[in-house]
Write a protein that binds this ligand. Structure first.
Ligand code: KDG
Length: 340
């Protein structure tokens, strides 16, 4: 207590004198900082709303000293490019889908297995539990820090050719997928012609007919206006994609404990809010897309089962590659909450 008593006034004095690096440091351990954050989705998307909440919380918790500048619509680049910018210390925050990170940390690919989760609760149990943490712990060796998972959500298929009701209906469809090998192989197995593409290029590719279709959660289909260039929406809900909240490790290591806590709390609180908004807005998006005239169909459970069976060899192969123990751990966590 004595040491603090002696130290504090001298620290205050130092900062009052405006000495070098600590110019804006103060007794509360919070400096003036600007945090550049970017995502691929728009400001209107639930992810955009989550980012605005994050900004509000950081600014509030730091008494206005830490400022967040949000960039939407991939203006700072796509998921992979922004992640690299974080690694290089050129950007502070991004919240990509985990799928394009699989080239860097293969284990994230376990989330790309189709039909693993039946609902959001199952996904949260895995993501917010031991398996989710194990994967976040792999980030620092890649110069990244993960502050938790937000929600992209269950993905459904749109295309310009015909409704997809059966596994056979995938045959011959040219589909855009995320840059992810599990997705590519799974759609190939179903007989589609998938091609990986960055998110910001999707609308034009659909408009010009470079691809026939794409798959994304309903709120994304609405906010990206895919309904303007796609006639059919098939509610396949084939895979759940998490977002992961990433911070540049170079930036993180430079933060004080207090500042780290502010970032961490804000990312988690905003994440909770973002998941809630996401669920509500996906429901609303279904109504909107129907009203806008998309031809929407459900997929019968037996057909879903057939799709699952068709891609089982792909899942088995990747389970070996990503770690059978990890996959088993994920499935046993799902089982704990399934049908409860
Ligand atoms: O902001 C996130 C988007 O960049 C992206 O992850 C959305 O799911 C997505 C996709 O299909 O690329």
């Amino acid at each position: 207590r004595l040491a603090v008593g002696v130290l504090l006034p001298s620290l205050l004095l130092l900062s009052a004198c405006g000495s070098g690096q600590n110019e804006s440091a103060s007794a509360d351990g919070i400096q003036e900082r600007t945090i550049k954050a970017g995502i691929g989705n728009s400001k209107m998307h639930p992810q955009g709303k989550g980012m605005e909440k994050f900004k509000e919380l950081v600014e509030e918790k730091s008494g206005g000293k830490m400022k967040v500048q949000n960039f939407f619509d991939a203006t700072l680049g796509d998921d992979q490019k922004m992640t690299e910018a974080l690694q290089g210390g050129l950007q502070e925050v991004t919240v990509p889908s985990t799928s394009p990170l699989v080239g860097m940390i293969k284990e994230f690919g376990i989330y790309d297995f189709p039909f693993v989760f039946n609902d959001e609760e199952e996904a949260y149990t895995v993501l917010d539990g031991a398996v989710g943490k194990k994967l976040l712990d792999k980030l620092p060796e890649h110069d990244l820090v993960g502050l938790g998972y937000w929600e992209n959500g269950f993905r459904s298929l749109t295309n310009s050719k015909h409704p997809v009701k059966t596994a056979e209906d995938f045959k011959g469809l040219k589909l855009r997928t995320m840059q992810n090998e599990v997705h590519l192989d799974a759609f190939s197995k179903l007989g589609a012609n998938p091609s990986p593409m960055a998110f910001s290029e999707v609308f034009t590719a659909l408009e010009t007919g470079t691809v026939d279709g794409q798959e994304n959660p309903l709120a994304t289909i609405q906010t990206q206006k895919y309904n303007e260039v796609q006639e059919y929406l098939s509610l396949t809900n084939h895979v759940y994609t998490p977002f992961v909240f990433l911070v540049s490790k170079k930036f993180w290591d430079d933060l004080s404990e207090q500042e780290q806590e502010i970032m961490s709390e804000a990312a988690q609180e905003a994440g909770k809010y973002q998941r809630e908004v996401n669920q509500k807005e996906n429901e609303k998006a279904l109504k909107y897309l129907k009203e806008e005239g998309m031809k929407i169909n459900e997929v019968e459970p037996e057909e879903m089962e057939k799709m699952k069976k068709a891609i089982q060899p792909v899942t088995d192969e990747y389970a070996k590659k990503f770690g059978p123990d990890l996959v088993e751990e994920m499935m046993s966590e799902v089982e704990k909450v399934r049908d409860k």
